[in-house]
Design a binder for this molecule. Structure first.
Ligand SMILES: *[C@@H]1O[C@H](CO)[C@@H](O)[C@H](O)[C@H]1NC(C)=O
Ligand SMILES: *[C@@H]1O[C@H](CO)[C@@H](O)[C@H](O)[C@H]1NC(C)=O
Length: 386
C-alpha cells in the first residue's frame, strides 16, 4: 500500500515538474523567436539542425464517416512518434495537410489546426506549403443523395459568426484564409502568405537558417513554393520562377563561389524532372529509398523553375510529397530530387507511414537525410551535400 502511494506521489511530482518545465520551455521558446527577425531561424549552438517533413496528412478526409476521424487520430500518432523519437528543431508541412474536397464544414482551418497541433504542443516551430487538396472545392458524396434525394446539410448553427446560405454550399476555405489563420493563431509558425503578385499561389517565401553566433550570417536558405492544384492548375508559374531568380540573386549573389550559401527547396507536386530520374529498380539505381510503388505524378506544366535550380550550384536538394508510394532521393545533375514519406493515414495507399528527416550541420556544411517510421525504426540514410 505504502509503496503504491509513494509511486503515485513520484508520478504526481514528475508530472507537475514536467508541466513546469514545459511552461518554462514554452516561455523561452516564444521569447527567443521574438528576438530574431521573422524570417530567420537561429541554429542551435554546437549541434546540427534537424527538420521533420510531414507530407500528405490529409486531415478531414471523409469527415462525416467513422473511418475519416479515426485516420486523423492515427496521423496524430505518427507525428507524435516521429517528434518524440527525433526531437527535431523544426517541422515542415509539405502540403495536402487537409483533404478539403471531403470537408463538409465552412472552416477547414479547424482541421488544419489539428494537423499542426502535435508540433505546436511540443513547442517546435514549423512552416507549411500548400498541396493540391488543401483548398480543393467540396465534392458532394453520392450517398448523401441516396435515401431521400436530399443531401443532409451540416450547416453552421444560426448563432455562429457565419451568416447566409453560402455556408451550406461548402465552397472550401481559400488558401489565403488558411494561411492567415495559421499565421494569426500561432507564434511558432514561420509560414508566409507570399508576395501578392504571385497570387493565387500563396506559399512562396524564404527562411534563413542563421549561424548560432551571428544571426546576420546565413548557413542555408530554405525556399518554399506553392506548386498549385485544387482551386487552380498544378504548376509553378513563370512568375514564381522569376521571383525565385530575383530573390536568390539578392540573398545569395553568385559571384563568389566559395561564399555561396546552400539552398534547399520545398514544394508539394514533383516537377517533370522527377520523371527523368525515377528508377525502374530502386535497388540497382543510384537512388536511395525504400518504396518505388507508382509512377511520378508531376505538375501539369513546367515553366522554368527547374532550369533555374539546375543552374545554381548552391541548390542542393528539392523535397516534394504528393506521391504516397514513393520515398526515394535520386541524384539529378548537381542536385538531389527527393520525395518525403507519406505521413498521414488520410489519402490513398497503405504503405507504412513515416517522415523524412533532414539534418543540417554547419562548419563544414552538410545535409543528411533519413526516414523515421511510425514503428520507430529508421532507414534510407543518405548524404545529400557535404
Ligand atoms: C476558422 O478557424 C480558425 C482556426 O481555429 C480560426 O482562427 C478562425 O478565426 C476561424 N474562422 C472563422 C471565420 O471563424
Ligand atoms: C449558440 O447556440 C447554442 C444553443 O442554441 C448555445 O449552446 C451556444 O452557446 C451558442 N453559441 C454562441 C457562440 O453564442
Amino acid at each position: 500500500m505504502e509503496r503504491r502511494a509513494r509511486k503515485c506521489w513520484t508520478i504526481a511530482s514528475l508530472t507537475s515538474f514536467s508541466l513546469l518545465l514545459r511552461f518554462i520551455l514554452a516561455v523561452e521558446c516564444t521569447l527567443s523567436l521574438r528576438t530574431s527577425p521573422e524570417n530567420q531561424i537561429r541554429l542551435p549552438p554546437g549541434a546540427p539542425f534537424k527538420i521533420a517533413l510531414f507530407a500528405d496528412l490529409h486531415f478531414g478526409e471523409n469527415a462525416w464517416t467513422d473511418w475519416g476521424p479515426h485516420q486523423d487520430v492515427n496521423s496524430l500518432k505518427v507525428m507524435s512518434t516521429v517528434l518524440d523519437k527525433e526531437k527535431p528543431d523544426f517541422a515542415i508541412y509539405l502540403g495536402d495537410v487537409i483533404t478539403a474536397n471531403n470537408i463538409p464544414i465552412a472552416n477547414a482551418s479547424l482541421y488544419w489546426d489539428q494537423a499542426i497541433s502535435p508540433t505546436r504542443n511540443r513547442c517546435i516551430p514549423w512552416a507549411s506549403v500548400f498541396g493540391n487538396h488543401d483548398d480543393a472545392p467540396f465534392e458532394w458524396p453520392m450517398e448523401w443523395f441516396s435515401v431521400t434525394g436530399i443531401p443532409q446539410l451540416h450547416c453552421p448553427t444560426a448563432n455562429s459568426s457565419y451568416s447566409g446560405e453560402e455556408d451550406c454550399s461548402f465552397r472550401g476555405t481559400r488558401r489565403l484564409e488558411l494561411m492567415r489563420n495559421e499565421i494569426g493563431d500561432n507564434t511558432l509558425s514561420f509560414s508566409k502568405a507570399g508576395p501578392k503578385e504571385l497570387w493565387p499561389s500563396i506559399s512562396n517565401y524564404v527562411l534563413q537558417l542563421s549561424s548560432p553566433s551571428n544571426p546576420e550570417s546565413p548557413v542555408a536558405f530554405l525556399y518554399f513554393m506553392d506548386s498549385g492544384g485544387g482551386s487552380y492548375p498544378e504548376v509553378i508559374s513563370r512568375a514564381q520562377a522569376e521571383w525565385f531568380k530575383h530573390k536568390s540573386r539578392e540573398l545569395n549573389p553568385d559571384s563568389r563561389a566559395l561564399c555561396r550559401v546552400p539552398e534547399i527547396i520545398f514544394w508539394h507536386i514533383p516537377s517533370k524532372a522527377y520523371k527523368k530520374v525515377a528508377p525502374t529498380f530502386l535497388l540497382f539505381s543510384s537512388c536511395v529509398g525504400s518504396i518505388n510503388k507508382e509512377s511520378v505524378a508531376p505538375q501539369e506544366d513546367e515553366m522554368g523553375i527547374m532550369k533555374l535550380l539546375e543552374e545554381r550550384p548552391s541548390v542542393k536538394a528539392v523535397f516534394v510529397g504528393h506521391n504516397h508510394g514513393l520515398d526515394w532521393c535520386c541524384p539529378y545533375k548537381k542536385l538531389w530530387l527527393c520525395f518525403a514519406r507519406h505521413t498521414g493515414y488520410g489519402g490513398y495507399g497503405n504503405w507504412p507511414r513515416g517522415a523524412r528527416i533532414l539534418e543540417i550541420s554547419q562548419d563544414p556544411f552538410s545535409l543528411k537525410s533519413w526516414i523515421r517510421m511510425e514503428d520507430g525504426h529508421s532507414h534510407s540514410e543518405v548524404i545529400l551535400s557535404s
